[in-house]
Design a binder for this molecule. Sequence first.
Ligand code: GLN
Length: 201
Amino acid sequence: MTKIGVLALQGAIREHIHQIESLGCKAVAVKTVEDLNGLDGLILPGGESTTMRKLLDRYDLLEPIQALAQQGIPMFGTCAGLILLAKKITGYETPHLGLMDVEVERNSFGRQVDSFEVELSIPSIGDDIPAVFIRAPHIVSIGDHVEILATYEDRIVLAKDGQFLGCSFHPELTEDVRVLQYFIDMVNEFTKTSKAKTNSI
Ligand code: GLN
């Protein structure tokens, strides 16, 4: 069974776990380094990136997550999770995990009161996909190998950099599981190819 971890330090954790289980995968709430063992994929949820960073340091999770990424494990950052993944954050000297080749700007759709929901058309996923934005970041620039999957008002809100998927919005706060299914397909593809490699050694 595909095993997906959700970083469970702060933020929208339960909703991701619910969606993962609804797609027939096993969800693991990641609070300690041990919880990272045996994961096929990892979700970094929305919340408050600065708080999550403090907790990542306190629980010594930053480097172990970077090491997991080195193994090629797919990771999906939603909202604050995208900020954690990004290699560059506008106005900040250093990133958090610094894994995904994008620059993000925080709170770029306004403050909490400006939370809103729209429907996005995402060519590689589908039409009428509900997207909830809450003090959302957007991707201001991308590296050479990054694919833009969706934009909203001319801003990049969903992108893929190899094993990393990042979005500005909260797909877990709706009943629509198509964005998560897209990530799980990435995870299953990785598991299949890495098993094929192991078998051929
Ligand atoms: N504004 C938050 C941050 O900068 C992200 C908001 C969210 O995850 N909904 O971390």
